[in-house]
Design a protein around this ligand. Structure first.
Ligand SMILES: Cc1cc2nc3c(=O)[nH]c(=O)nc-3n(C[C@H](O)[C@H](O)[C@H](O)COP(=O)(O)OP(=O)(O)OC[C@H]3O[C@@H](n4cnc5c(N)ncnc54)[C@H](O)[C@@H]3O)c2cc1C
Length: 389
């Protein structure tokens, strides 16, 4: 039985990124995926490649800086998949956040992003406010405009998988992993593929199963240490109104940030609205948008775009955010990935951002390298062009 250097469980953005980075570092890699590329959270995100302006409010400066750096890398290596969009922040007489706070936040955001032209912000001239996609004018004081990135998360994940395959990664899907045993320094993984049982050996296992990570630990025939985590459901809806010209960053009735953005859905550019944040306690496979969440998002939209009527919801989807319990209240908890050795040799990824997948993957390689030894590097992930052609 041949021995594989790295087996990655899960083909979301993190599994894809780790496989690509491991293969680029010269290791042989196998991905085992139960359903399909980006069928989990990585197709249900807000599709933003961003530093996360709102994370400044919870002082997550290093995450914002890292993510802005990754945004610049992705705009360079995946120009067909990651594009900068104008973002608008409208401020009304009753908006909680004051103009000086927004200016301060945007200034800090620009500084953390390295004062590049794409990080500059401005106030939209008063005479141009009426041209902003039927945005409510009553009570409107100011609108700030800056730039951030948008992608198609499914396509981005597929492009990273494609790149990993080009570097020699083997991708097997659908599989059902039935057991993971640790013998001496090697893992023995048993899985079924097309009703055939197969066994492989691996030096290192990376568990990138998203919200299912702790379920994967249950398959391991050894004492695994799982981190306690909360799952927070986030829902988006797609509606039939014409797409806005940029992304609107709105304050909802409960002061949460909600985005209204253009998004290509079934070959047409539509309006997407999201997201909610609701503690999820059910079975991971059962996550779905609730009527309450859909109505909440419609209320936010109608409050800011009252002229757009006869709105129909044409699609909705819900994703689960993994928030490991590592201090802080649920919604101010760090959004960065937590890397955790479930058993020696098996590294589990909790949480994280689509935007920072590449730097997370490089960190994973740094952690697992001592178990694998050095190999001749084939490529650098910040120089590999990502596309789907
Ligand atoms: C509502 C919401 C909005 C978000 N918006 C943004 C955003 O705008 N920008 C941003 O940067 N980040 C965003 N994020 C975060 C980002 O989407 C996630 O961090 C990222 O997609 C997680 O990817 P993953 O690979 O860890 O997990 P997943 O994408 O869930 O992938 C896990 C994979 O593992 C597979 N799997 C599970 N169990 C097994 C098993 N036993 N065997 C084999 N395979 C298995 C699943 O089928 C799945 O394909 C958002 C998250 C949420 C929930």
């Amino acid at each position: 039985m041949s021995v594989i250097d790295v087996v990655v469980i899960g083909a979301g953005i993190h599994g894809a990124g780790v496989a690509q980075a491991a293969a680029a570092a010269g290791y042989n890699v196998l991905i085992l995926e139960k359903e399909g590329v980006a069928t989990g959270t990585s197709s249900k995100s807000s599709k933003l490649i961003h530093g996360g302006l709102r994370y400044l409010e919870s002082y997550q400066f290093s995450l914002v800086r890292k993510s802005l750096k990754e945004r610049a890398v992705l705009c360079r290596i995946a120009p067909q998949l990651v594009k900068l969009q104008p973002f608008y922040i409208p401020l009304y007489i009753n908006t909680t956040r004051q103009p000086w706070q927004i200016r301060l936040g945007l200034t800090l955001y620009a500084l953390l992003g390295g004062l590049h032209k794409s990080n500059l912000f401005k106030r939209v001239a008063r005479k141009n406010l009426k041209y902003l996609d039927h945005l409510k004018q009553k009570g409107l004081k100011k609108v700030y405009q800056y730039y951030d990135g948008q992608t198609n998360d499914t396509k981005l994940t597929k492009a990273v998988i494609k790149s990993a395959k080009e570097l020699g990664t083997i991708y097997i899907c659908p599989v059902n992993i039935t057991s993971i045993e640790k013998n001496e320094n090697l893992f023995k993984l048993t899985y079924s593929e097309n009703n055939l049982e197969k066994t492989i050996q691996a030096k290192v296992v990376v568990n990138a199963a998203g919200p299912w990570v702790n379920e994967v630990h249950n398959i391991v025939a050894a004492n695994t240490k799982s981190l306690e985590m909360d799952l927070v459901q986030g829902t988006h809806i797609i509606i039939n109104t014409p797409a806005p010209s940029g992304v609107y960053y709105l304050e909802a009735m409960d002061q949460r940030a909600v985005f209204v953005m253009p998004y290509e859905h079934d070959d047409e550019v539509r309006t997407m609205i999201g997201t909610t944040e609701k503690l999820f306690t059910g079975k991971v496979d059962d996550a779905m948008a609730t009527e309450e969440e859909i109505n909440y998002l419609l209320d936010v939209y109608q409050n800011y775009f009252p002229e757009n009527i006869n709105i129909k919801v044409i699609d909705s989807f819900a994703g689960l955010r993994v928030l490991p319990k590592v201090g802080g209240s649920m919604f101010s908890r760090p959004r960065d990935t937590v890397l955790h050795w479930a058993v020696p040799g098996m590294l589990t990824l909790y949480g994280g951002k689509l935007t920072a997948y590449r730097s997370t993957a490089e960190l994973v390689i740094k952690k697992i390298k001592p178990l694998l030894g050095n190999k001749k590097r084939i490529a650098f992930t910040d120089q590999l062009y990502l596309n789907l052609e």
